[in-house]
Design a protein around this ligand. Sequence first.
Ligand code: HEC
Length: 150
Amino acid sequence: MRFVRRFGKMIPLVAAFAVTVTAAGDDRELVKLPEPMQAHMLANMRDHLVTLNELLKLVAREDYKPAAELAEARLGMSSLGLHGASHMAPFMPQPMQEMGTSMHHAASRFALVATDADVERSKAALQQATAALQEITASCTACHAAYRLR
Ligand code: HEC
């Protein structure tokens, strides 16, 4: 009992670590893209991370309006043309396409939540914006757990 009291809180952490270790065995599905398309997709990915980093900075400062605009333009439904999504989608398995779409939806939803937060200016609004941001990262990690390009 004493052990559980002292270390009980660590059990989920240990379980999460075990999942990570299993994933290191790598059961992700390989998706073969033509070379230039692969380079393009990876460049998009690096841009996603840059955008995410910028969004975290803006939300932490409660700069909601620029965060909403950036998320919509670079990750949201408005960014599909920018990323050449329609050229790449046919090479992806259906569930992967859906994960991509859900990331773009999550980013557009974040843009709406951040736009509201810009008016509300409360702690609750900050929490909602942060939660909406995490829905974007959830879609990044879901796809990364399932697929690889090389
Ligand atoms: C639809 C699937 C999908 C989504 C959604 C997705 N990624 Fe990726 N991402 C991939 C795949 C596949 C790779 C290549 C992994 C590999 O081959 O090992 C990758 C690679 C990356 C890389 C490495 C790029 C490089 O040059 O090696 C970064 C950084 C990255 N993703 C960031 C993100 C971020 C941030 C998000 C969310 C905002 C995101 N990705 C959403 C599928 C996705």
